[in-house]
Design a binder for this molecule. Structure first.
Ligand SMILES: NC(=O)c1ccc[n+]([C@@H]2O[C@H](COP(=O)([O-])OP(=O)(O)OC[C@H]3O[C@@H](n4cnc5c(N)ncnc54)[C@H](OP(=O)(O)O)[C@@H]3O)[C@@H](O)[C@H]2O)c1
Length: 271
């Protein structure tokens, strides 16, 4: 049976979730969104017919699933605002980056909580959504997956540490890919292409390569080998990338993101 969902925060991520649910045929009358910006409320109401609210209130009492979608640093305060109106039976999905289940559960006074990590391609329904379901919330695993599927492919992980690792790959990953696109684009412009053509070339190369990798039975490593003739131009480019320790650099970057996530979780969890 479809549940009544309350989105706390009506920004980018909640917007992507509402859009995904709406295009999957989820009834708009079962979706409530709370956002203090009237413009964002209006947009979500006009585009998807969601019920919108500028602040917490009695409307929250009907919520069966509550999606926590405000910035991590504002979550504890927002929970204080919504808590007086929540019924005991509500179940929570936090998409707040980095915040640990134990801290959010403490603020909520409830362990009926799962943690999810979407990424921005969810805005075009091509997201990767990591999902961690603690033991205490096992009964909500299926409904959480059903809801989060509206943003993209759901990957369920077995521990919170794994969710933090996933966050450094698919959560931050779009930024790594955009940086790569920027680099390809800049290299083409430097060599005489107009910026528009350079951007198109760079973006389509990444999209096409990702689609090929997705559809091919060959591994990405094999696909790379297939493009690389011995002594040819691609081999020269890859040689330079390896001279600059591309693989090690990516590994270090991912580790740095992970280390930072632990520091932030410690800091924000102190509240
Ligand atoms: N963007 C990403 O790549 C990404 C990926 C994975 C997870 N996440 C997580 O998803 C969550 C939402 O991110 P987002 O990018 O969608 O953020 P966002 O665009 O800033 O959306 C949050 C919205 O909630 C509103 N809000 C905050 N506190 C409120 C309150 N107490 N009452 C009413 N409205 C309130 C904010 O208003 P104001 O603007 O006025 O504060 C804002 O409109 C974050 O926790 C983030 O860590 C984001």
């Amino acid at each position: 049976m479809q549940k009544r969902i309350a989105m706390i925060g009506g920004g980018n991520m909640a917007g992507a979730l509402v859009a995904g649910l709406s295009s999957a045929g989820y009834p708009s009358e079962l979706i409530d969104v709370m956002d203090r910006n009237p413009g964002k409320c209006e947009k979500l109401h006009d585009a998807y017919g969601a019920n919108t609210h500028l602040s917490a209130g009695d409307w929250l009492r009907d919520a069966e699933v509550v999606v926590l979608a405000v910035k991590p640093q504002g979550l504890s305060k927002t929970i204080e605002e919504i808590k007086p109106f929540l019924e005991k039976e509500a179940f929570f999905i936090s998409i707040a980056a980095g915040l640990r289940v134990c801290d959010i559960a403490r603020w909520l006074g409830s362990d009926r909580l799962v943690r999810a990590m979407p990424n921005t391609p969810a805005l075009v329904k091509a997201g990767v959504v990591g999902l961690y379901v603690p033991e205490a919330a096992k009964e909500f695993s299926k409904i959480a997956q059903e809801i989060l599927r509206a943003m993209g492919e759901v990957i369920t992980v077995q521990s919170e540490t794994q969710l933090d690792v996933l966050s450094t790959i698919s959560g931050s990953g779009p930024a790594y890919v955009f940086r790569f696109i920027e680099a390809l684009e800049a290299a083409a412009v430097k060599r005489g292409f107009d910026p528009q053509a350079a951007r198109k070339m760079a973006i389509l190369t990444v999209v096409g390569s990702a689609k090929l990798a997705q559809n091919s039975s060959d591994s990405p490593a094999q696909l790379r080998i297939n493009v690389t003739s011995k002594g040819g131009t691609t081999a020269e480019a890859l040689r330079v990338m390896e001279e600059h320790h591309f693989m090690e650099m990516m590994d270090e970057a991912v580790q740095a993101a992970y280390d930072r996530s632990q520091v932030l979780a410690d800091e924000l969890g102190k509240i």
